[in-house]
Structures are given as C-alpha cells and as structure tokens.
Design a protein around this ligand. Structure first.
Ligand SMILES: Cc1ncc(COP(=O)(O)O)c(C=O)c1O
Length: 362
C-alpha cells in the first residue's frame, strides 16, 4: 500500500536544519541525557541488562503512566515507540476497508491519510477559526447519521491548539455510545492544563501519547496507548509482529522522567507561558497577524494578512532570514503558519520581528 507524502514531516526533514530561528517546533526545548539521569542519582544505568525487557512495557513505567489518568489498570496500557506509532497501531488494528472515519481539519495528516490508505471512507469536519477553532456540533450530528467506526480527535490539537468545548465532547460521546463508535484521541499535547482524557470519559475511548512534546524527550521514542483491555490485547498481538518491546533503556529513562514529572512540566509551563507573553505583545503591536491563543498544548496557528501564500512565505523567510515555520497548507489551511511556543523567548521575539519586517517589505 502506498502512502502520500506526510507534508509536515517532509517539510521538517527538508528545512529544519537550516533554521536559525525555529519558531515552529512542537516539542518543548529538549532535555539532555545528563539532565534526565541527574533527576535520579540513586539508580545506576550501568547495571541495566539490555535484553528485550518486559514485552508490553516495564510495570513500574506503566504505573507511572497510569498516574496521568483517572481510571484503569496497567492492563489498559501498552507501550509504543512514540505517539505516531501508537496511532498507527490503533488505526491498523481497528479499521478495515470501507469503514467510515471522522477527522477534523485543519489537522494532523496521519489521522486522515492512514485510514484512507487502507480503504476507509474519511469524513472531514471543519474547525472554524472564527469560533476559536471549535467544530460545529450540527455537522457532527449530520455525519453520524451514517454508521461511523471511529472518530479521531487530537486534544489539544496540532496545529490549532484547540481543545473541544465540554458540551461538544459530551455530544460526541453520546452519539458514539449509540453506535459503538471508537474515539481515538491523540493526547500527545495533553498534561499542561487540566485536560480530561477520552480514556477516562468513554468506555470505547482510546488515548495515545508520548514523552516527546510536553516532557521534552522526543529522542526517547517512548509512547503508549491507553484503552479498553480487549483493544489493548489485540494491539499486543500486532505488536509481537512489529516491535516486540520498547526495551529496558527507554523504559527506565521514561520511568525517571515520569517520576519527576512535576519538575519537567513546570519547566515546560514556564517556557510556554514566557513565549505566549512575547507573542501576545507582538499581536497587539501588529494587527495584520491573528492567533487564537490556546489554553493548553505547545502550538497555535498564526494567521496573517498579506498577498503571499504560506508555502512561499515559509520558504523565502527561511532562505532570507533564517526564520523557520511550517506553512498552514501542510495541515489543510492556507495563509497560516504553525507557531510553537517551545523555543527561548529571545528567539521568539527576534523571529517574529523578522517575519513582520519581511511582510512589510514585500
Ligand atoms: C498530533 C501529533 N501526534 C503525534 C506526533 C508524533 O509524536 P511522537 O514523537 O510521540 O511519535 C506529533 C508530532 O508532531 C503530533 O503533532
């Protein structure tokens, strides 16, 4: 089966290394190996046996992951090499050709194109910027007059940063319950505010996440799925064919990170809120830009008013000024740039001023 290019990942692969001012990264500024291991000076890594480890994931680590949720047991969790793989596993395990799937746009391409690649019928519902990037509940009700196998959400979302309103979530769960529809929620950006998890709210809710974004540890490639046990059991069968285990080294390091989650998350909150202050001041001073400031997550979707399309803008801005953005077209929405709140403030301030000057001089 052939997959189309994953636009945002391709863009990052091709251009990221040329960035002087990276204003688009979704991962909070990464921790080093030394910074992470210093959080647990009692345990030495040198006696760690590098066998496969516990196949579906170290029990201590699963318990730490469980502490991020309000319900379930460790049997509701299986480990993955990142959230992307967690999503892929859920999609390949539960979907078949002809199944109908609801996704939201602008959004992360994996949610639509992976189901499409296996012959699913993908129904894309719009997120409305004028309504704070919220979807329209009437459109959901209309779509769910058909038999829907899975709804895929991303809470908080990339690139819009939106968290669906409570009333919308309740309606979605009510409609899904009637049909037995699965709700897969990519929650890789969840955990900085007090966001609920779909796996705590709905019996057919499946949450995927990882340590990549708010935990600043993308290089560990450590993610997980939390969901109904029968789904986890099916995924574990598939897992035996693909990854076997995440391995004791990643499991041990992930365990250190989660044991110290308060310290890591308060670092992330500080970085994000400092960036958001810089951005808010920039928006006040420059009315040609607009942004729905997210309540959670690490990214927002910056709109601009100028006669240049977003792909050309992102390319020229990088080439001439070293300022790096992913263009909105990679997520299905033009005249926008994906803005990460993850770099240091001086980089953010300078990068945004360079963006403004570039548009002034067009
Ligand atoms: C919505 C979403 N899910 C998953 C991922 C990938 O996460 P991981 O590094 O855990 O595979 C990304 C990365 O940008 C993302 O934006």
């Amino acid at each position: 089966m052939r997959l189309p290019d994953f636009k945002v990942e391709q863009w990052m692969n091709v251009y990221e290394n040329d960035a002087v001012y990276n204003l688009t990264d979704t991962c909070v500024s990464p921790l080093t190996f030394g910074e992470l291991t210093a959080m647990d000076s009692e345990q030495s890594l040198s006696d760690l046996k590098l066998d496969y480890g516990t196949i579906t994931g170290d029990v201590h680590l699963k318990k730490e992951i469980l502490s991020l949720y309000q319900s379930g047991t460790i049997d509701n969790i299986t480990l993955m090499q990142g959230c992307l793989q967690a999503n892929e596993s859920v999609i390949y395990t539960l979907l078949s050709p002809g199944d109908k799937v609801i996704v939201f746009e602008p959004g992360y391409q994996q949610f639509a194109d992976l189901p499409r690649s296996i012959g699913c019928d993908v129904i894309s519902l719009k997120l409305y910027e004028e309504n704070g990037w919220q979807p329209d509940v009437n459109e959901l009700e209309e779509a769910m007059k058909q038999k829907i196998r899975m709804i895929i959400v991303n809470q908080p979302a990339n690139p819009t940063g939106v968290l669906f309103e409570k009333a919308y979530c309740e309606k979605m769960i009510e409609l899904a319950t009637k049909q037995g529809t699965y709700i897969l929620s990519d929650e890789v950006y969840r955990g900085l505010a007090d966001e609920a998890s779909i796996s705590d709210l709905y019996e057919k809710g499946i949450s995927t996440s990882s340590l990549s974004k708010i935990f600043s540890l993308a290089g560990l490639r450590l993610g997980w799925i939390k969901g109904p046990q029968e789904v986890i059991d099916q995924i574990n069968v598939r897992r035996d064919y693909s990854i076997i285990s995440t391995g004791p080294l990643a499991d041990r390091l992930a365990c250190i990170a989660l044991k110290n989650k308060e310290a890591i998350l308060s670092r992330s909150r500080a970085i994000i809120s400092a960036n958001q202050k810089v951005i808010a001041a920039f928006l006040d001073a420059h009315p040609r830009f607009h942004l729905v400031m997210p309540k959670a997550g690490t990214v927002g979707f910056l709109g601009y008013d100028a006669e240049i399309d977003d792909t050309m803008l992102a390319e020229q801005l990088l080439k001439k000024e070293g300022v790096f953005f992913v263009p909105g077209s990679c997520f299905g929405s033009e005249k926008h740039l994906r803005l990460g709140f993850t770099c240091d403030c001086e980089t953010m301030r300078t990068g945004l001023e360079k963006l403004n000057e570039f548009l002034e001089n067009l």
